[in-house]
Design a protein around this ligand. Structure first.
Ligand code: ADP
Length: 468
């Protein structure tokens, strides 16, 4: 049964259920019919007994049948009858058939029966008989009258019922099995269609979907859920493909530049100044490549949930202030003023190291994208159970159409300044903020500047969430 298909199992279950129902119904019918027939026979015997007694006459203890023996009722009633003296059990009269049947009671049996009149049965030459014994009084004397009937009809009726049931049973079970098979086949047809459709979906064909029949049944629900899973897989695989393509692109360009530069320099001897110039420029590229690979590694670890975040209580306002102090020389070198608005201490539970990374990335971007004479502001304010960290600049701003993409890996707005970065900074910032159960939002206007707002809960514990 374990290895049978659903269709075979349903077929067998149907057939077994119908067989069971038929057996139960047959049993109940047989039992009811037996009770009814038994009752009818007993009533008939009582009728015969009282009728026969009514036709009897006693003269000085001698019984005679008052009516002429041709009377049909008397003939039937008296056919298997015996009359006993109820006091001593002596047989007074007996019909011819009763004698042939050897149905006569001994005086002892007759006396016992007198004490407790009842029905009894006996079989003779394959025929079952039932007798009814009753005590009547005539001339102040008790008599035991015993009348009987053969149970041939009862037996025949029972056999007929059994025969009918046996006749109905096999075709009904067969029919139920066939109907079950047909219904199971019908019900499983869409499953087979789903199986074939699912078979055609592979990693290179993730755009395919399972067919929906519009029946809104369980199978349609299942297909819908699978389609949602396929859609998510398609998106994830698409992202991975794009990610891989972006990495190759990011690595290929600087490597090709480094190779080309080195080949040109080696073509003929150069002055020590020329070698110094080329090596210095190459060192810059190496730094960039180093930064890129470090950030990629960081993101990969974040995605794999391998970064363990600390949960320490620290003053985020003080942290922001010290970040600004740290960035001050860089801002000054680009003639950008950096202002950290001092507020009261704000205690936050989280990982100071990673939050420092996030704030540094935002400050670095703000300074990088703000032209000379511009201004960058940083401020932390407490908002109930949250802290709000704002970093704003009066820089180049981000075009509206670029805003939804700035947290994507390798995304850079296409201008010369953006080309200097690797496009991974904001992806890491977003991961850090979300790992702290916070949110990050940006408002920006081209030519006017950008305003990043981070909202962090003060007490919820950071956990190593996976990046998008
Ligand atoms: P990158 O390492 O190139 O700076 P990021 O992920 O940090 O990459 O930022 C993605 C892009 O978003 C940047 O290339 C830049 O175009 C834009 N951007 C981020 N911050 C600012 C900002 N403060 N002002 C203007 N543009 C910004």
């Amino acid at each position: 049964m374990k290895h049978l298909g659903i269709r075979a199992k349903l077929t067998l279950s149907y057939a077994a259920t119908i067989a069971l129902v038929l057996v139960v119904i047959g049993g109940v019918l047989f039992h009811l019919m037996t009770l009814r027939l038994d009752h009818a026979v007993n009533e008939r015997l009582k009728e015969l007994s009282t009728g026969l007694w009514g036709h009897m006459e006693f003269r000085n203890g001698e019984p005679t049948l008052s009516n002429e023996p041709e009377d049909y009722f008397v003939r039937i009633a008296a056919r298997w009858s015996q009359l006993y003296d109820a006091e001593n059990g002596r047989l007074l009269a007996e019909s011819e058939e009763s004698r042939l049947l050897h149905a006569t009671l001994s005086p002892g049996e007759a006396k016992r029966t007198t004490a407790k009149p009842t029905f009894d049965e006996l079989a003779s030459e394959g025929v079952q008989f039932r007798f009814y014994s009753t005590v009547y009084r005539a001339e102040q004397h008790p008599y035991l009258l015993r009348v009987g009937v053969p149970l041939v009809q009862v037996r025949a009726a029972r056999q007929e019922l059994i025969r009918t049931l046996l006749l109905i049973f096999p075709p009904s079970v067969l029919l139920a099995g066939l109907a079950g098979r047909w219904m199971a086949g019908n019900a499983l047809k869409p499953v087979e269609e789903l199986r074939i459709a699912a078979h055609q979906i592979g990693i290179s064909r993730l755009d395919r979907r399972l067919p929906l029949r519009g029946t809104r049944d369980e199978l349609d629900g299942l297909a819908k859920t699978f389609n949602q899973v396929f859609a998510r897989l398609e998106e994830a695989v698409g992202n991975m493909k794009q990610f891989t393509a972006s990495i190759s692109h990011e690595l290929r360009t600087p490597l090709a530049a480094l190779q080309g530069e080195a080949e040109v320099v080696l073509m003929r001897p150069q002055t020590p100044e020329e070698y110094r110039r080329v090596l210095t420029s190459q060192l810059e590229e190496f730094h960039k490549l180093n930064r890129l690979t470090n950030r990629l590694l960081e993101l990969a670890m974040a995605e794999a949930g391998e970064i363990q975040l600390e949960n320490r209580t620290f003053d985020i306002a003080a942290l922001l202030h010290s970040m600004c102090e740290q960035m001050e020389p860089i801002a000054a070198s680009q003639h950008v003023s950096l202002e950290a608005r001092w507020t009261e201490p704000i205690q936050l539970v989280g990982d100071p190291h990673w939050l420092e990374r996030a704030i540094l990335n935002l400050l670095d971007n703000a300074i990088k994208f703000t032209p000379e004479g511009g201004k960058v502001c940083a401020e932390a304010t407490s908002q109930g159970n949250f802290v709000q960290v704002e970093i704003s600049d009066t820089g180049t701003g981000i075009p509206q159409e670029a805003l939804p993409h700035i947290y994507e890996r390798f995304y850079r707005v296409d201008d010369s300044r953006s080309r200097q970065g690797v496009g991974l900074g904001l992806a890491i910032v977003k991961w850090i903020i979300e790992a702290h159960h916070g949110t990050i939002q940006v408002k920006s206007e081209v030519g006017a500047g950008s305003h990043f707002t981070i909202l962090l809960p003060l007490t919820s514990k950071a956990h190593a969430a996976t990046a998008d």
